[in-house]
Design a protein around this ligand. Structure first.
Ligand code: E4P
Length: 217
């Protein structure tokens, strides 16, 4: 399983990229709004940092296929790495069909069932984004959804990639990798949490103390 970072915060994207752990970025209207910056300006900066797929979503207020297609073409023009993120609706699927035929990569977002993922794949989506954390929030097993989609795609020979989204903690990451997600898009905080283990931290302190006791600072 590969990692994308799920944020529009440029400093966090730089930090994760410097660690060599991410190969793509996902954003959404809430993440862009959180930064309070112009969409095109932020996205351009991100394309200068990460050389990999960067998902930029059509405007949250655009709900018709024509509007999404128009905006999708503009997003795709920003950089060859751009992926157009489109919500899972009937109009969204129409937009995915047209954009994918034009060779524009798409990421169908707000996936909460295996059937939605299958429809998105059949419309031509490059990626589907099942939101596991939001399912867990309503007492439904989000990781089980990832497993179902992975099984379904394997049975049908579908090459649409599964991006496990709405990842909330390190255990989600392990579970998604085992469930067959191709990619997990992970907030910086969770990536950082994943680097730690109490025995690693204690081991570093012990090595330092043992070294200093004999050789000094
Ligand atoms: C995915 O592409 C979304 O940006 C994101 O993972 C949503 O996560 P949230 O449920 O924590 O907002």
């Amino acid at each position: 399983m590969k990692f994308f970072i799920d944020t529009a915060k440029v400093e966090d994207i730089k930090a994760a990229n410097d660690m060599g752990i991410i190969c793509g970025v996902t954003t959404n209207p809430s993440l862009i709004a959180k930064e309070g910056r112009d969409f095109n300006e932020v996205i351009k900066e991100i394309t200068e940092i990460v050389d990999g797929p960067i998902s930029g979503e059509v405007k949250a207020t655009t709900t018709d296929a024509e509007g999404m297609i128009r905006e999708g073409r503009e997003i795709a023009k920003i950089h060859p790495n751009m992926v157009v993120k489109i919500p899972m609706t009937c109009e969204g699927l129409k937009a995915v069909k047209v954009l994918s035929k034009e060779g524009i990569k798409t990421n169908v977002t707000l996936i909460f069932s295996a059937n939605q993922a299958l429809l998105a794949a059949r419309a031509g989506a490059t990626y589907v984004s099942p939101f596991l954390g939001r399912l867990d929030d309503i007492s439904t097993d989000g990781v089980e959804l990832i497993r179902q989609i992975a099984d379904m795609f394997a049975v049908a020979g579908i090459d649409t990639e599964i991006i496990a989204a709405s990842v909330r903690h390190p255990m989600h990451v392990t579970q998604c990798a085992l469930a067959g997600a191709d990619i997990a898009t992970v907030p910086f905080k969770v990536l950082e949490q994943m680097t730690h283990h109490p025995l690693t931290d204690a081991g570093i302190v012990k090595f330092q103390n043992d070294y200093k006791a004999v050789f000094g600072e």
